[in-house]
Design a protein around this ligand. Structure first.
Ligand code: AMP
Length: 536
C-alpha cells in the first residue's frame, strides 16, 4: 500500500516524501483511513511503530479547512511527558510543512507568557502535558469548547504516572461532539475501561502484540554483586561497539550518582531525569541526539516514546521495577528494523523481578559474562526489593548490625589497571584498543553457569569520596521506600489550598521516584461505572 491509497492530499504526500517515507507503516495503514472518516480510534501500538504520523497526518488533513479562534484550540493532543510532547510538536512541524496550521506546545518548565501569547493568537493544534494544560485552563487562558479532535497518547503511561484524574477533568471540559483518538502500548482492563468512557463506537486498530520487544534487539543479562555493578557497566560499554546508549536507572538520585561516576571514569555522558530544569533536559537531549554525548544516564522519563535515531545500545543499570518498563526501555534501540543491543545488570536478589520480565516477554534473557567479573546466580527467594545487597530475607541482619565490607583485592586490582589505562590513553582510544587487543570478545554468552558462593564482604570508604557517592544503591533505595516523608508531604498537600496545589502539581508529575500507583487516592468516575469489558 502507498500513502496515495490512504486518502491524503497532495500537500501531505509531498511532506511525507520530504520526510523520506515511502510506504505507510501498519498502524498508519490501519488508522489513517478511519481518522479521515471522523471515527474514534482505539489504537494499541508501541512507540516506534509510526503511530505519531498515524494520527498527525490525518489531523492535518482535517484541520486544513477551518480557522482557529483566539484561545480556542481546535484540537488537543495530551502526552505524558514533556519530551514526548516536544517530539509530537516536531512531527507536526515536519508533516505540516505544506500547511499553515498554527500549533502551541504547553509543557511545564517553559515560560507561561510565551505560551499564553500563542494561545491568544488562536491555535489549530494544542500539544500539552495534562498538568500544564489544567494550570492554563485555571488561569482562564484557554477555552476548550472548540476542540473537535482529542488525542490521548500513551494512555498506559498516563495511568502509571497518576495523570488519569487530570485527563478525566480535561475530557469533561470538552464538547461531547468530538473525535477522540486513544493510543496505548498495552491494553490492561483499566485502560479498556478508560477507553470505554472516552470513546464512542471506536474502531480498534492494533499492531505489535503488547509487551513484545522488537526482534532486532539482542538482549543479555548479567547477574553481579551490587558492588560490581558500575564496574560491569564500564566494561560492557568498553567491550561493546557502543555508538550511543541510554543507561536506565530506577531512581533519579542513582542517575546523578552514576552520571558523575561515568564522567569520573572518562566517559562522555549526560543525565536526564524529572528533577532537572526543563532547559537542561532539552539541552541534554539535544546534545545526545546530535551525538555530542555518547551516553545518556536516564530515569524512566526517557523510557517511553523517545526517538533517538539509530540508538545502538540500552543498558539497564537497574532491573526495572515494573516489567513492562523493560519493554519500553529496550524499545529505544532496534527501531525501524535496525539492530540494537540491550543489557540488563541484575543483582542476585532480583530474581523475581527478572522472572516477571521473562514471563511478560515470553522468552529468556540470555545470561552473558564480562571478562574479569564474577557473575552470580539469580535468587528467587522471597526477598523484598531494595532491602539491601546480598538477598537479605526478613530474618537476615539489619543494615546497622551488618559488617561493613572490605573491598575485594580483585576490585582494587581492577581500579589500578583502569587508572593506568586512563593515564596512557584517551577514553575513546582505550575502547578501540581494548576491543582489538582482546583475543576473543570479552562479552560472551554463557555456556555453563557456575554458581558462586557469595561471601559477606566489608566495604571501606574510599579516600576523598563523598558519603553520597559511596552509599550503596540499595541504601538509597531504602531511603526512597521509607514512607514517612512521602506521607508527611501528602498530608501537608491536603492542608494546602487548591491554588498552591496547582502550582506544585507539575513537580509531583515529574517526580518519577515517587510513582503514583494506579489512581492514588482518587476514584475516577469511569471506574464507578459498569464496564462492558469481559473480566474487567
Ligand atoms: P513513532 O512510533 O511515531 O515514534 O515513530 C517512530 C519513527 O518512525 C520516527 O522516527 C518516524 O520518523 C519514523 N516513521 C514514521 N512513519 C514512517 C514511515 N511510514 N516510514 C518510515 N519511517 C517512519
Amino acid at each position: 500500500m502507498n500513502f496515495s491509497d490512504l486518502g491524503l492530499s497532495d500537500e501531505l504526500q509531498k511532506a511525507i516524501g520530504d520526510a523520506g517515507y515511502t510506504t505507510p507503516t501498519p498502524i498508519q495503514e490501519q488508522a489513517i483511513p478511519y481518522v479521515l472518516m471522523g471515527r474514534d480510534v482505539l489504537g494499541c501500538a508501541q512507540t516506534g511503530t509510526g503511530k505519531t504520523a498515524g494520527f498527525t497526518l490525518p489531523m492535518i488533513e482535517i484541520l486544513a479547512s477551518g480557522r482557529a479562534r483566539a484561545r480556542m484550540p481546535r484540537s488537543l493532543i495530551l502526552e505524558p511527558t514533556r519530551e514526548l510532547a516536544a517530539q509530537v510538536a516536531n512531527s507536526f512541524e515536519k508533516y505540516g510543512a505544506q500547511h499553515k496550521l498554527s500549533m502551541a506546545l504547553l509543557i511545564g518548565g517553559e515560560s507561561f507568557s510565551d505560551q499564553e501569547r500563542k494561545l491568544d493568537r488562536g491555535v489549530d493544534v494544542l500539544i500539552a502535558t495534562p498538568g500544564r494544560m489544567i494550570d492554563l485552563y485555571e488561569r482562564g487562558k484557554i477555552l476548550m469548547s472548540d476542540v473537535k479532535i482529542l488525542v490521548i497518547d500513551e494512555a498506559d503511561r498516563m495511568l502509571d504516572m497518576g495523570f488519569i484524574p487530570d485527563v478525566e477533568r480535561i475530557v469533561s471540559l470538552l464538547s461531547p461532539i468530538r473525535q477522540t483518538l486513544f493510543f496505548s502500548a498495552t491494553m490492561p482492563p483499566e485502560i479498556r475501561r478508560l477507553a470505554d468512557a472516552f470513546l464512542q463506537n471506536p474502531k480498534e486498530v492494533s499492531v505489535a502484540p503488547p509487551a513484545s520487544p522488537a526482534t532486532t534487539v539482542t538482549q543479555g543479562l548479567l547477574v553481579v554483586d551490587q558492588d560490581d555493578k558500575r564496574e560491569v557497566l564500564r566494561r560492557l560499554i568498553r567491550s561493546e561497539d557502543v555508538k550511543n546508549a541510554i543507561i536506565f536507572c530506577n531512581r533519579k538520585r542513582d542517575v546523578d550518582i552514576l552520571h558523575k561516576s561515568l564522567i569520573k571514569h572518562g566517559f562522555d555522558a549526560g543525565a536526564l531525569h524529572g528533577d532537572m530544569a526543563q532547559s537542561k533536559r532539552t539541552e541534554t537531549l539535544e546534545r545526545f541526539r546530535n551525538n555530542e554525548i555518547r551516553l545518556l544516564v536516564a530515569s524512566d522519563v526517557a523510557a517511553r516514546g523517545l526517538d533517538v535515531q539509530g540508538l545502538s545500545h540500552v543498558f539497564n543499570f537497574d532491573v526495572p521495577i515494573h516489567a513492562e518498563d523493560y519493554v519500553h526501555r529496550i524499545g529505544r534501540t532496534g527501531r525501524a528494523g535496525r539492530e540494537g543491543r540491550a543489557f540488563t545488570v541484575a543483582m542476585p536478589e532480583e530474581g523475581r523481578a527478572v522472572a516477571a520480565i521473562v514471563k511478560l516477554i515470553g522468552r529468556d534473557i540470555p545470561p552473558v559474562d564480562v571478562e574479569g567479573i564474577s557473575t552470580l546466580e539469580l535468587s528467587y527467594d522471597d526477598v523484598k526489593r531494595g532491602r539491601g545487597r546480598g538477598g537479605r530475607t526478613a530474618s537476615s541482619s539489619t543494615s546497622s548490625d551488618r559488617p561493613r565490607r572490605d573491598r575485594a583485592p580483585r576490585e582494587k586490582q581492577r581500579e589500578k589497571q583502569e587508572i593506568s589505562a586512563q593515564v596512557e590513553v584517551a577514553p575513546q582510544v582505550e575502547v578501540a584498543t581494548q576491543v582489538e587487543a582482546a583475543p576473543s570478545r570479552p562479552l560472551r554468552e554463557r555456556s555453563e553457569r557456575k554458581p558462586r558462593e557469595r561471601q559477606p564482604r566489608e566495604r571501606k570508604p574510599r579516600e576523598g569520596a563523598s558519603d553520597e557517592a559511596l552509599r550503596p544503591i540499595s541504601m538509597d533505595r531504602e531511603a526512597n521506600v521509607t514512607t514517612i516523608p512521602f506521607q508527611a508531604r501528602r498530608d501537608s498537600q491536603r492542608q494546602d489550598n487548591q491554588r498552591q496545589d496547582n502550582h506544585r502539581r507539575h513537580d509531583r508529575y515529574e517526580d518519577d521516584d515517587r510513582r503514583v500507583v494506579g489512581f492514588g487516592d482518587h476514584l475516577p468516575a469511569f471506574l464507578a461505572r459498569p464496564s462492558k469489558v469481559a473480566g474487567g
